[in-house]
Design a protein around this ligand. Structure first.
Ligand code: MN
Length: 254
């Protein structure tokens, strides 16, 4: 293998620990990787870089959790890319909760770099859209909110994000499409995309002031009202008019 002496790079004199870093050739062990997301009309899968999520983006949902919305600025939390699951299978009821909730959401798939983009230019960064679920340990979120602590334990866990096939932006433009979630064939969540407090271009423009958005980034855009608790065995069917529907079953407790 090739070891480039630090001196030839114009850097400081070689140091033992630096040489060790340069000589690394293979990982000590393998780690999980994020799944490739299917894309309509393409053989390639969409690789995942990061998962951003918008909080409180439908007024009716904010109200049902006792929150109000404002137009000052959107806010975000994140999930690990390895916590993403492709729809169609079973996800385990997660540990540490007795109030495991569904949140059906429109997902934006970023396909071009975006940094400090205006709302007028923001849509150029969109590769496509999908239906997703932001799975939430609501009891832990409430406990963290009460103590003004971070939400990670409530939002960023294994199998905490579900996604369906991506539809390219040429075939879908978000406007007032219906978004809905059925649990065991009864309607639990319903709304329309024009009820979002922050629109798709507004979210991308704002987020791009804080991150260099990169192809492979996903943005979950918030959930309409009707969130609620799930039990092992529940069957979820989520939809946004014009996109591939998703279905997932809640498995036994992990
Ligand atoms: Mn959400």
């Amino acid at each position: 293998m090739l070891v480039i002496p630090a001196a030839s790079l114009g850097g400081p004199e070689p140091h033992q620990s630096r040489e060790n870093v340069l000589s690394v050739t293979r990982p000590l062990f393998s780690v999980p990787t994020a799944p490739l997301v299917p894309i309509h009309g393409r053989q390639e899968g969409f690789p995942i870089h990061r998962i951003f999520c918008v909080g409180r983006n439908y007024a009716a949902h904010a109200a049902e959790l006792g929150n109000t919305v404002d137009r000052v600025a959107p806010f975000y939390f994140t999930k690990p890319a390895t916590g993403l699951v492709i729809e169609g299978g079973t996800i385990a009821y997660p540990p540490g909760t007795e109030d495991y909730h569904h949140e059906i959401e429109l997902v934006i798939a970023i396909g071009a770099p975006a940094f400090r983009v205006s709302t007028d230019d923001a849509m150029e960064a969109v590769f496509g859209y999908a239906v997703g679920l932001d799975m939430t340990r609501r009891d832990l979120q409430n406990a963290m909110k009460e103590k003004q602590r971070p939400w990670d334990i409530a939002k960023a866990f294994e199998e905490s994000a579900v996604i369906g096939a991506i539809t390219p932006a040429g075939d879908f433009q978000p406007n007032s499409q219906r978004i809905s979630l059925n649990v065991n064939d009864s309607l639990r969540q319903e709304g329309h995309l024009n009820e979002m407090v922050w629109s798709v271009p507004e979210i991308i423009s704002h987020l791009s002031r804080y991150y260099h958005l990169t192809p492979g980034d996903l943005i979950f855009t918030g959930t309409p009202s009707g969130v609620g608790a799930l039990q092992p065995g529940d069957r979820l069917q989520g939809a946004v008019e014009g996109l591939s529907p998703i279905s997932v079953t809640i498995g036994p407790a992990a």
